[in-house]
Ligand binder design. Structure first.
Ligand code: CU
Length: 64
């Protein structure tokens, strides 16, 4: 499934890397695109939306 999440705490490319690593740690086949300007994260994943939101929150980037 494809998720579009707003993650306000993404501020730079290091944040993008952290978010991407967090998601791929639970779904190695996930595709993550995150934009520090819009704070939008697009995720293609086999995991549930709840799982991805939980992972992001645990990584310090809670979705809005
Ligand atoms: Cu950053």
């Amino acid at each position: 499934m494809t998720l579009t999440l707003k993650v306000p705490d993404i501020a730079c490319s290091a944040c993008v890397s952290a978010v991407t690593d967090a998601i791929t740690s639970v779904d190695s086949s996930a595709t993550v695109e995150a934009d520090p300007k819009t704070k939008i994260v697009n995720v293609q994943t086999q995991q549930s939306e709840d799982k991805i939101k939980q992972v992001l929150a645990d990584a310090g980037y809670p979705p809005a």
